[in-house]
Ligand binder design. Structure first.
Ligand SMILES: Cc1cc2nc3c(=O)[nH]c(=O)nc-3n(C[C@H](O)[C@H](O)[C@H](O)COP(=O)(O)OP(=O)(O)OC[C@H]3O[C@@H](n4cnc5c(N)ncnc54)[C@H](O)[C@@H]3O)c2cc1C
Length: 472
C-alpha cells in the first residue's frame, strides 16, 4: 500500500481517489472548496434562499464511465436523472427533432424524417453529412474548425443556425468558427453513432453534489469500503511515511505548496508517495511551477498556460407557480442585439419526479417553481448590465415559450456566470496525458487528453486513468 494525495475534489479528483482506494491505497483528498464537485457542484443562492447548481448540467447516455461509477457506489442513475430520448425542440414550436423509439440508427433516421423546421432537402443533407462522417469512422481533417467543416459539407445558414450551432455550443461551449471539428465528431460518434440509449439526455433531478460526489466522499471515509481491498505494492517501492494509513478528505483546504524529493512528494509539507493534481490548469500550473525543472517540464508548463477559457451563464428564475412546460429542456433562439442571450430553457416543474416522502414535499414544491436559462459562450454578454439582461431574457421567454401557456410572474432571480466554465475547444491544442515530466506526479481533469471537450465524462475518465498510472 502507498499513500497518495489527490488535489481537487471535482469529478476527476474524486474518480481518481475512488479508484486508488479500491486498489488498496490510502488517499488524502485536498479540496479548496467546502462543497465537493468542483465546477459541477451545489452552491447556496442567497437571492433565492435555496441551493442551486453552479450551472445547469446535462449528461448523455454515452457517459458510460460516469454512470458505471455511480452504480459501483450503489447509486441508481435512473432515479437521479430525468432520462429523455434525444430531442432538440424549440420552445416556440418552430423546430423539433426527436429520436424515434427504434434501435440505432433507425431511431435517428425516423427522427430526421419526422423532424419539422427544416425542408426535406435540408433533412436529407443532414442525414448525408452524418452518414459520411460515420463512413469516415468519425474522422475529420486535422486542424479543421466546425464552421469550415460545415461549409465543406455545404450546410446552409438555416441548418447551421437551427441545428448545428445549438448542438456545437452545447457540446463544446465554443463558437462554430473556433470549435475543433474532430472533438465535435467524437461527441457525435459516442452519442448519435452509438446505441439509441447513448443518445439519451440525462437531466439531474437532484443537485450535482448529491448526484455522486457526496456519496464518493462518504465511501472514501468509510473504512469498510470497499470490503475486499487488494493492497497493491507501490510501483516505486517507496517506504512508509509518518502519516496515518487511512484515507481522508480535507474539504476547505487548498494546497499551496508542492515539492518533489527523490523518494517523496510533499503536499502542503506533508509527505506522500505520489500526487495526482486534479485541479484546473491555472492551479496545476501554479503548483507544478514550484518544482525543480525536469526534462520536458518547461514545454509542459507552457502548454498548461496556453489554455483559454469560455464562460457559461445560468439564469435561474423563481416563478409564482410551476410553469408546466411540455418538455423539461427546450431550445431558445437567441438575439444578442436585444440582449436575449438565452439558448436553452430548463423547467423543473416538467422534470421533477413526485416527492418520495411527505418530508420532501416542501423542497419539491419550491424547486418546481424554478426555471433555468443557459447561455454557453457567454463572453458576449459580459458587458451587459445584469438587471437589463434578466429583463431581456424574461421577455425572450414570454415571447418564445409563453405562447400557449403564459409565463407566471417572476418572484426572484439569480444569475451565475462561471468565467472558466470550460477550456476553448479549438483545433490544434496540445492537451497533456496524465503523466507529467516529474516522477510520482500525475494530472487529471477535463482538460487532459480525453478525446472529449470539457465535459463530466472526460473528467471522470481522466481521473480513472491517472489513478491507474499512480497505482501502477
Ligand atoms: C456552468 C457550467 C455548465 C456545464 N455544463 C456541462 C454539461 O452540461 N455537461 C457536461 O458534461 N459538462 C458540463 N460542464 C463542464 C463540467 O462541469 C466539467 O467538465 C467538470 O466539472 C470538470 O471536472 P474536473 O474535476 O476536471 O475539474 P473541476 O470541477 O474544476 O475540479 C477541480 C477542483 O480542484 C479544486 N482545486 C483547485 N485548486 C486547488 C488547490 N490548490 N487545492 C485544493 N483544491 C483545488 C477546485 O476547487 C475544484 O473543486 C459545465 C461547466 C460549467 C461551469
Amino acid at each position: 500500500m502507498s499513500r497518495l494525495a489527490v488535489i481537487g475534489a471535482g469529478w476527476a479528483g474524486l474518480s481518481a481517489a475512488l479508484c486508488l482506494k479500491k486498489r488498496g491505497h490510502a488517499v488524502h483528498v485536498y479540496e479548496a472548496a467546502r462543497t465537493p464537485g468542483g465546477r459541477a457542484r451545489r452552491v447556496a443562492s442567497s437571492p433565492l434562499s435555496c441551493d442551486l447548481d453552479n450551472g445547469q448540467h446535462i449528461l448523455l447516455g454515452a457517459y458510460t464511465a460516469t454512470l458505471q461509477q455511480m452504480q459501483a457506489l450503489g447509486l441508481n442513475p435512473e432515479t437521479l436523472f430525468h432520462r429523455e430520448r434525444l430531442a432538440l425542440m424549440s420552445a416556440d414550436g418552430t423546430f423539433c427533432l426527436r429520436a424515434g423509439h427504434l434501435p440505432a440508427p433507425l431511431h435517428l433516421l425516423a427522427g430526421m424524417l419526422r423532424m419539422h423546421g427544416l425542408r426535406w432537402s435540408e433533412r436529407l443533407g443532414l442525414i448525408r453529412v452524418l452518414s459520411r462522417l460515420q463512413r469516415q469512422r468519425w474522422r475529420t481533417t486535422p486542424g479543421l474548425t466546425v464552421g469550415k467543416w460545415l461549409v465543406q459539407e455545404r450546410q446552409n445558414s438555416r441548418v447551421i443556425r437551427m441545428f448545428w450551432q445549438p448542438l456545437c455550443l452545447a457540446a463544446l461551449n465554443t463558437p462554430l468558427e473556433e470549435a475543433c471539428a474532430q472533438l465535435f465528431a467524437n461527441v457525435l460518434r459516442d452519442s448519435v453513432g452509438g446505441s439509441a440509449r447513448h443518445c439519451d439526455i440525462l437531466i439531474p433531478t437532484v443537485d450535482l453534489s448529491r448526484i455522486w460526489p457526496e456519496r464518493a466522499i462518504a465511501m472514501l471515509q468509510d473504512e469498510t469500503w470497499p470490503s475486499t481491498q487488494s493492497a497493491a505494492p507501490h510501483p516505486h517501492g517507496l517506504e512508509a511515511s509518518h502519516l496515518p494509513d487511512r484515507t481522508a478528505v480535507c474539504l476547505g483546504q487548498a494546497v499551496r505548496t508542492l515539492q518533489s524529493r527523490p523518494d517523496r512528494v510533499l503536499v502542503n509539507g506533508q509527505p506522500y508517495d505520489g500526487a495526482i493534481l486534479a485541479t484546473n490548469t491555472p492551479s496545476a500550473h501554479r503548483l507544478l511551477a514550484q518544482l525543480a525543472p525536469a526534462p520536458g517540464s518547461s514545454q509542459f508548463l507552457t502548454a498548461l498556460s496556453a489554455f483559454e477559457f469560455i464562460p457559461i451563464a445560468t439564469l435561474t428564475l423563481r416563478l409564482e407557480r410551476p410553469w408546466g412546460q411540455p418538455h423539461a429542456m427546450q431550445m431558445l433562439w437567441d438575439d444578442p442585439g436585444r440582449l436575449q442571450f438565452g439558448q436553452w430553457l430548463f423547467d423543473r416543474s416538467a422534470l421533477l419526479p413526485q416527492p418520495a416522502s411527505p418530508t420532501e414535499g416542501p423542497a419539491h414544491a419550491q424547486a418546481s417553481h424554478l426555471i433555468h436559462v443557459v447561455i454557453s459562450d457567454a463572453g458576449n454578454m459580459a458587458a451587459s448590465n445584469a438587471d437589463q439582461l434578466t429583463a431581456a431574457i424574461i421577455t425572450q421567454l414570454q415571447e418564445q415559450a409563453g405562447r400557449h401557456k403564459p409565463m407566471p410572474a417572476v418572484t426572484g432571480h439569480h444569475l451565475i456566470v462561471e468565467k472558466r466554465a470550460t477550456f476553448k475547444a479549438a483545433p490544434g491544442m496540445w492537451r497533456p496525458g496524465n503523466q507529467t515530466p516529474w516522477p510520482s506526479i500525475w494530472v487529471a481533469g477535463d482538460w487532459t487528453d480525453t478525446g472529449y471537450p470539457g465535459v463530466l465524462e472526460g473528467a471522470v475518465r481522466s481521473g480513472q486513468r491517472a489513478a491507474a498510472l499512480a497505482a501502477g
